[in-house]
Design a protein around this ligand. Structure first.
Ligand code: UGA
Length: 430
C-alpha cells in the first residue's frame, strides 16, 4: 500500500521505516528541510538500535523516501499516519497545535479516499475532533482511525516487530480493516475497538505502568525502614502471574517523554471530565519525591555537600538512549549544584543533550573512570551496561571517599561490602 507518515520524530520515523520494511511504499513528511535532506541520505536523526540499517536498505529499495511537501506524500496515499508531537502545556494538558496543523494540511491536499491513522498520543475525543476538523475543509471522503503506539525508546524497532498487540480504534469497520491489512505482515495480535477506547488504552497503559513503578518505589522505602530487600520482594510478587515480574524495578523514579507527560495529561483529562483521579496524582507525587530521595540520603550522610566533588554516572532517562527529557539526573544535578557541590557528569552518549538541560556549573568527563577520579562520592543514575559492569574496586581506587549512591541498584551488596565501598541503593539493606 502507499502510505504517508507526517512527523519524523521517534514514533513517526520508526513507524515509517518499519512499514517500508514490511513492503509498503512509504513517504515521510517533515517541515524541517535539513533533517529531511539528511534522512533522504540515509542518516537517522535519532539513536535507535537497528533503525539506520533498516532505513538505508529501504531507501535503496525505493520503498522509503522523505519530503517537506505534504502534497507529494498525500497523492494517492491509501493511509496518512499522523505522528507529530503533543507536547505538554503549562497546565499539564496536551498541546494539539501540531495535530491541528497536520489536519489542515490533509484537508488541503487530500485528492481521494484515505484512512487517516493517528499514532500520536491524543486526549480522548481528539480523533473525533480531527474527523470534524478535516471534514470542514474538504469534500473528499476519508476516515479517522486511532492506532496508538506502545514502543519503548531504545527498543522501538524490536517492539514494532514483537509488540504484544496492535490496537485499532475506529467507528467504521472498513477503515479498521485497512489498518489491519497494513499491519498484517507484522504478525501481531490485533485488538479492534471504538475510537475513544483506543485513545484511552494508550493513556491507561502508560498510567498503569507508571503506577507499578511508583508502587514498587513506595515498597522500597518501606523495605529500607523495615530491613527487607525490595529486589526479593519484587521477585516474589512478580511470580504471581496476575502481578507479573516486569516494571517492578525500584529506582530513582521514572522519566522520559511519555510517563510524566501522559500521567499529568490523564489527570487533567480526568479533572475536565469531572473525576478526580486521586490514585494517579499520588503516583506522580511519589515519583517527584523519589527523584530527590538519593540526594536526601547524601545530605544525611555528609551533613553538608558544600565544596564536595560529586560524580554522576549515567544521565539519560534510561539506558540505551541519549534522551534527556524528564531525566532524574536533571533534578539530581540541580539539587547538588544548589547544595554547593562541584558536579562532574558522565554518560556514554547523552552528554551533548545533557549540556542543554543540566546546570551550567556541571563539568563533563569522557569516561566513568575520569568522572570518578578525585571525586568524593558518586551517584549512579542510569543503568548502562558499562556502568553496571564496572569493577566494584574502581570506586575504592578512584573516589577519595568510596561512597556510592545508586539509583538503579546496579551492584551486588556483598561485592560492594567486600570492595570496602559505603553503598546506598534503593530499598535494599545498607
Ligand atoms: C514508555 C512505555 O514503556 C511504552 O510502552 C510507550 O509506548 C512509551 O512510553 C510512549 O508512550 O511512547 P519509554 O518512555 O521509552 O516507554 O520508556 P520505559 O522503558 O517504559 O521507561 C520509562 C521510565 O521508567 C524510565 O525512566 C525507566 O528507567 C523507568 N522504569 C522502568 C523504572 O524505574 N522501573 C521499571 O521497572 C521500569
Amino acid at each position: 500500500m502507499k502510505i504517508a507518515v507526517v512527523g519524523t520524530g521517534y514514533v513517526g520515523l520508526v513507524t515509517g521505516v518499519s512499514l517500508s520494511e514490511i513492503g509498503h511504499t512509504v513517504m515521510c513528511v517533515d517541515v524541517d528541510e535539513s533533517k529531511v535532506a539528511r534522512m533522504q541520505a540515509g542518516v537517522s536523526p535519532i539513536y535507535e538500535p537497528g533503525l539506520s540499517e533498516m532505513m538505508e536498505s529501504n531507501i535503496e529499495a525505493g520503498r522509503l523516501s522523505f519530503t517537506t511537501e505534504h502534497r507529494d506524500a498525500f497523492v494517492d496515499a491509501d493511509a496518512i499516519y499522523i505522528a507529530v508531537g503533543t507536547p505538554q502545556k503549562e497546565d499539564g494538558t496536551a498541546d494539539l497545535r501540531f495535530i491541528e496543523s497536520v489536519a489542515g494540511n490533509i484537508a488541503e491536499h487530500l485528492t481521494g479516499y484515505a484512512v487517516v491513522v493517528t499514532k500520536s498520543t491524543v486526549p480522548v475525543g481528539t480523533n473525533d475532533y480531527i474527523q470534524s476538523y478535516i471534514a470542514k475543509y474538504t469534500d473528499v471522503s476519508f476516515d479517522v482511525v486511532s492506532n496508538p503506539e506502545f514502543l519503548r525508546e531504545g527498543s522501538a524497532v524490536y517492539d514494532t516487530f514483537n509488540g504484544d498487540r496492535v490496537v485499532i480504534g475506529s467507528d467504521r469497520a472498513e477503515a479498521a480493516s485497512v489498518v489491519e491489512k497494513i499491519n498484517r505482515p507484522f504478525g501481531l495480535p490485533v485488538f479492534k475497538t471504538d475510537i475513544r477506547s483506543a485513545e484511552m488504552i494508550k493513556y491507561a497503559s502508560n498510567a498503569f505502568l507508571a503506577t507499578k513503578i511508583s508502587f514498587v518505589n513506595e515498597v522500597a522505602t518501606l523495605c529500607e525502614k523495615l530491613g527487607a530487600n525490595v529486589e526479593d520482594v519484587a521477585k516474589g510478587m512478580g511470580q504471581d502471574k496476575r502481578i507479573g515480574k516486569k516494571f517492578l524495578n525500584a529506582g530513582i523514579g521514572y522519566g522520559g517523554s511519555c510517563f510524566p507527560k501522559d500521567t499529568s495529561a490523564l489527570v487533567q483529562i480526568s479533572g475536565e471530565a469531572g473525576h478526580d483521579f486521586t490514585l494517579l496524582k499520588a503516583v506522580m507525587e511519589v515519583n517527584e519525591r523519589q527523584q530527590r530521595l538519593l540526594v536526601e540520603k547524601a545530605k544525611e550522610r555528609f551533613g553538608s555537600l558544600r565544596g564536595m566533588t560529586i560524580a554522576i554516572l549515567g544521565l539519560s532517562f534510561k539506558a540505551n538512549t541519549d534522551d534527556m527529557r524528564e531525566a532524574a539526573s536533571v533534578v539530581l544535578a540541580e539539587e547538588l549544584v544548589l547544595a554547593g557541590a562541584h558536579v562532574v557528569a558522565y554518560d556514554p552518549i547523552a552528554i551533548e543533550n545533557a549540556k542543554q538541560v543540566l546546570p551550567e556549573a556541571v563539568d563533563y568527563a569522557g569516561s566513568t573512570e575520569a568522572a570518578l577520579d578525585g571525586a568524593d562520592a558518586t551517584f549512579v543514575v542510569t543503568d548502562w551496561d558499562e556502568i553496571k559492569e564496572l569493577d566494584t574496586g574502581t570506586f575504592k581506587e578512584r573516589l577519595t571517599k568510596p561512597v556510592v549512591f545508586d539509583g538503579r541498584n546496579c551492584f551486588d551488596l556483598d561485592d560492594m561490602r567486600e570492595a570496602g565501598v559505603e553503598y546506598y541503593s534503593v530499598g535494599r539493606p545498607g
